[in-house]
Write a protein that binds this ligand. Structure first.
Ligand code: PLP
Length: 383
């Protein structure tokens, strides 16, 4: 059976065969518990974890002790936001974040509000970028944390991390960034960008699901973090639970491959993405969502006038696997909070398509998808 072309790489990516190959020995052969210090089985697993930790730290210019392994970016975000809030609440109870953040940021913030914390959720400009003056004005003497994502999961917009980091450090406020979509796709440097905490995940960069990490700065400043999972004291007490060796090896391998191929893949994906956008131009009533160039190489997000969002998603389903504004958080039928934050009407937010191109997409696929999108929209409009 012919399956639709996969263009939903912001939701998840296929596991790269090279990542799988690196992981396999750690399921059956080197299966030891990295915390078993008394025998060779433990040492083998611990050596793999240590190497992976080093690879990951090098990838973001951190030190190995600053990496805390988690089950993914959702957990890393929860640990960062709730862990900092709990550790610093005597210093202040105010946090700042953005309207366009992932729910794994917004929901922990809303939870903290129920505990008496105050959260300022800043708007973004129509292109999705944060206005730094607005950020400066939102800072209060009791602000303890600013959380701004590196790359948006819907519109791919890249926030100016270094500029935000400079503002945070000038005011001595901790800076957290959710880099789930960014790691292995754009260069990240926690020193140059003055990032104090950074959430990572493997499955958006051709690694396995269920593994991620939180970078936690160790000096200038030393970030205090209240653990959210208590137990055996793993990860220097910051996150208990037996380390998942194969997944950790997979995370490190995936990130390393992403960096190794970053330049060539950026060029290739930008070309494919721009080709898709160009090919759609014969259609009238198209709107690009998000900044035209300050975005992830593989991201294209469009709104389409004069079509019903749900019919559009349904019509495209046999051709390409994309995310539609109408089905984004498929449990609820509200339009995307990201697109409405850009000022899009509910209709245009519903009638939107997110194309997430990736490592395994080809030029021929892009051409086929462009044709299919044009045909589908024309057919819906002529009904
Ligand atoms: C996917 C994603 C998450 C959640 O990551 P998991 O590893 O699936 O928990 C968080 N933030 C952003 C921006 C994402 O794209």
């Amino acid at each position: 059976m012919h399956r639709p072309i996969y263009l939903d790489c912001h939701a998840t990516t296929p596991l790269d065969e090279r990542v799988l190959a690196a992981m396999l020995p750690y399921f059956t052969q080197h299966f030891g518990n990295p915390a078993s210090v008394a025998h060779q089985y433990g040492w083998e697993a611990e050596a793999a974890v240590q190497l992976s930790r080093q690879v990951l730290a090098d990838a973001i210019h951190a030190a190995p002790e600053e990496i805390v392994f988690t089950s993914g970016a959702t957990e890393a975000n929860n640990l960062a936001i709730k862990g900092v809030a709990e550790a610093y609440f005597s210093k202040g109870r105010h946090l700042i974040t953005l309207q366009t953040e992932h729910s794994a940021i917004l929901d922990p913030c809303r939870y903290l509000q129920t505990l008496g914390f105050e959260v300022t959720i800043l708007p973004v400009q129509p292109d999705g970028l944060l206005d730094l003056d607005i950020l400066e004005k939102a800072i209060r003497p009791d602000t303890i944390l600013i959380s701004v994502m590196a790359a948006n999961n819907e519109i791919g917009v890249l926030q100016p991390l270094a500029e935000i980091g400079a503002i945070c450090h000038h005011h001595q406020i901790l800076f957290h960034t959710d880099a789930a979509q960014a790691i292995g796709k754009i260069p990240l440097d926690v020193q140059a960008m003055q990032i104090d905490l950074m959430s990572l995940t493997a499955h958006k960069v051709y690694g396995p699901k269920g593994i991620g990490a939180l970078y936690v700065r160790r000096c200038d400043p030393r970030v205090q973090l209240a653990p959210q999972l208590h137990g055996g004291g793993h990860e220097r007490g910051r996150r208990s639970g037996t380390l998942y060796t194969p997944q950790i090896v997979g995370l490190a391998t995936a990130v390393q491959l992403g960096l190794d191929e970053l330049e060539s893949e950026t060029l290739r994906q930008v070309e494919l993405r721009d080709r898709l956008w160009h090919k759609l131009q014969p259609l009238t009533g198209l709107h690009l969502n998000g900044h035209p160039s300050q975005r992830l190489p593989g991201n294209l997000n469009i709104s389409v006038e004069q079509v019903d969002g749900q019919a559009l998603a349904l019509g495209l389903q046999p051709i390409a696997a994309v995310s539609a504004g109408s089905a984004c958080t498929s449990a609820k039928l509200e339009p995307s909070h990201v697109l409405t934050a850009l000022g899009r009407s509910p209709e245009l937010a519903h009638a939107s398509l997110r194309f997430g191109l990736g490592r395994f997409n080809t030029l021929a696929e892009i051409d086929r998808v462009a044709e299919g999108v044009i045909e589908t929209i024309q057919a819906l409009r002529s009904r």
